[in-house]
Design a protein. Structure first.
Length: 174
């Protein structure tokens, strides 16, 4: 949905492709730049403080969530970092859709058809995950034959026979 909104409203696109450390012009009102440093030229030091805090917090979101005034909440200095973090999502579908934002959005970009995505339920996603086969057990050195039951005891017997035969240790909870 967000990608389609970005296509319809080009003025919002700067929220996606903003370089790290970018300071919008409205945050620098009353400040002048000399040799790469920003200094306040107005009697009030508020613009210089805003610029300094934006520079100090490079990589963090400058949006002031508690500020009710749209003029001072610094929404235009923000970036949609949440979308960028979704590119590393564990669900491949989510990661591929989020990767749409990695490329520049231009007039030739096609809107995303949301019809197939809107019809997917949580149960459908669960069923899709159950159908996928694991290539290997990601967290275990020896893939267990089963999670619970007699097969688990048999699997433990091959891995640590001295603990099972001793009557204590792992066999104490069985």
């Amino acid at each position: 949905i967000i990608f389609n909104v970005m296509l319809q409203h080009p003025s919002v696109r700067l929220l996606i492709h903003r370089p790290v450390g970018y300071i919008p012009a409205d945050a620098i009102k009353g400040a002048a730049t000399t040799n790469g440093t920003t200094v306040a030229t107005a009697p009030s030091a508020a613009p210089a403080e805003a610029v300094a805090s934006a520079v100090a917090a490079r990589g963090s979101d400058p949006y002031l969530e508690g500020d009710e005034d749209p003029e001072t909440c610094r929404a235009m200095a923000s970036c949609l970092w949440e979308v960028d973090s979704l590119r590393a999502h564990c669900c491949p579908t989510v990661a591929s859709i989020a990767s749409l934002f990695a490329k520049p959005i231009d007039k030739l970009s096609n809107p995303v058809d949301l019809t197939p995505l809107a019809s997917i339920s949580h149960a459908d996603l669960y069923d899709l995950e159950l159908l996928q086969k694991l290539r290997s057990a990601p967290a275990a050195v020896h893939p267990p034959p089963a999670l619970f039951g007699a097969a688990m005891k048999a699997g433990r017997a091959g891995v640590a026979p001295q603990l099972v035969a001793g009557g204590g240790g792992l066999d104490g909870w069985a």
